[in-house]
Design a protein around this ligand. Structure first.
Ligand code: EPU
Length: 420
């Protein structure tokens, strides 16, 4: 099991490039199951969740080849339309194959995900949507079984609450369903739009992606395509926060600033100076003190829950009291307890974290509980005096590509230690 040794405090300076978005690449890979023809995806990040999705596609019968940094997936034949427990338990996004497998094969078997560090994370809304498209669904031995032997039929699907992978799953089911499907209260995340763009290149007919109502006219078959995954807005946001917390001067390149709106507003309110530094590049500096600002997580275009933990690390260094409200997941504050061990003043009250700063942080042994929590501990370690040991960095490897190399190039003193 690997851990990071991080010595602080440091000031970050220089340029760092954003990788492709993990949460856009995962549904894009699942979408490859919809056609027997090859689909080529560029800028797929080399992170562990992608390796898991690749294994899942191969388990289903697809071949995945890597060439010149692109992945070429050919699902000529689906041998096993299923997502086994071993893969689903390491990555909940495995449920993204349910919609495409059902649409392509008329049946699918997907293990139920089980517990998760950040909340219950059920998939009931995916299932209700697929039932509306005519699927029969039942649960047995820890697996969801879905069948639509005569194909799916277009229908109105109204999501009781906004779900990102739920919207993506239904979109992938609807593209091969007979007739029109309308997805209401759909997620508007850029990752949903990116998936819709890929599906359109494969021959799907979709309107309204990026709005709460998506209309899909089902087609008989999809064909191969080539697509470049959008930049990872959460990774870019994490580097911007790294620049702000270390009072550094950081240029984040290969990003899409229009996907970072809510974060940029909060960073500016907190005292950071952010300017465009060429196409797809943002420069962040923080000349003076950091000021406390309140943040409430919301669905896109609101403040992303996937940046909440990192922003909390920043607020430990800000003057005043910051109230951070988490509305998407019920248990996404585990990082607060670890930040407190480093000296942060944080009070947890249900869905709110009340952070009083600035507090000097000192290095400590801390444990990463989930992907974004680990990123927040790394950020805190950059400004903590002395050495921080971040354990269980396999969480961070799920979604950040070469993070220690990227931060190291900006001047962080960070080292990966592999334990037998
Ligand atoms: N929900 C239900 N029923 C469902 C689906 C969701 O009650 O059937 C609830 C969830 O429990 C949660 C809320 O709805 O409280 C929103 O969950 P959503 O379905 O939108 O989350 P997700 O699709 O499982 C994706 C990202 C997450 C990100 C969330 C929210 C991927 C692969 N994952 O998850 O990313 O936090 O949307 O934006 O796209 C991460 O990258 O670290 C990560 C956790």
């Amino acid at each position: 099991m690997d851990r990071f040794l991080i010595s602080g405090p440091t000031r970050l300076e220089g340029k760092v490039a954003t990788s492709g978005a993990k949460n856009a690449a995962l549904p894009a890979l699942a979408a490859c199951l919809l056609t027997p023809e090859p689909v080529t995806l560029r800028r797929v990040p080399a992170v562990r969740d992608i390796a898991t999705m690749r294994q899942l596609l191969e388990h289903c019968g697809a071949t995945v080849e890597e060439s010149h940094g692109a992945l070429r997936v050919t699902a000529a034949e689906i041998r096993a339309p299923e997502a086994p427990y071993d893969l689903v338990k390491t990555m909940r996004a495995s449920s993204l194959v349910l919609g495409p497998l059902l649409a392509r094969c008329g049946r699918a078997r997907v293990s139920l995900p089980g517990g998760c560090a950040i909340g219950a994370r059920p998939i009931n809304l995916h299932l209700a949507g697929l039932q509306a498209l005519g699927a029969q669904i039942w649960q047995e031995h820890g697996y969801i079984h879905a069948e639509a032997p005569h194909g799916l039929r277009g229908a109105l699907v109204h999501f009781d609450r906004i779900t990102v992978t739920g919207t993506e799953d239904l979109l992938m089911a609807a593209v091969l369903a007979e007739g029109e499907t309308v997805l209401e209260n759909a997620a508007r995340e850029p990752e949903v739009v990116d998936l819709a763009e890929l599906l359109a290149k494969m021959g799907a007919r979709i309107e309204g992606a990026g709005t709460p109502t998506i209309r899909v006219q089902g087609v008989g078959r999809l064909h191969g395509a080539e697509h470049t995954i959008i930049p990872d807005r959460i990774e870019a946001g994490t580097f911007l926060i790294a620049g702000a917390i270390t009072a550094g001067d950081v240029v984040v390149t290969s990003c899409l600033p229009e996907h970072l709106g809510a974060l940029l507003v909060k960073l500016r309110q907190a005292g950071a100076e952010i300017a465009e530094a060429g196409p797809g590049a943002l420069r962040i500096r923080r000349p003076g003190r950091l000021l406390a600002v309140d943040v409430t997580t919301e669905e896109y275009p609101g403040f992303a829950t996937d940046l909440q933990a990192q922003f909390m690390a920043l607020m430990t260094q800000a003057e005043g009291v910051s109230v951070i409200t988490e509305t998407i997941f019920e248990n996404r504050f585990l990082h607060a307890l670890e930040l407190m061990r480093m000296g942060a003043d944080i009070r947890l009250e249900g869905r709110q974290a009340i952070v009083t700063g600035p507090r000097p942080l000192t290095g400590a042994a801390v444990i990463a509980s989930d992907l974004r929590a680990s990123a927040s501990l790394v950020l805190a370690a950059l400004v903590a005096r002395g050495e921080t040991v971040v354990d269980r960095v396999y969480h961070i490897d799920r979604g950040y590509e070469k993070i220690e190399q990227k931060l190291g190039a900006l001047g962080a003193r960070i080292e990966r230690v592999s334990l037998p």
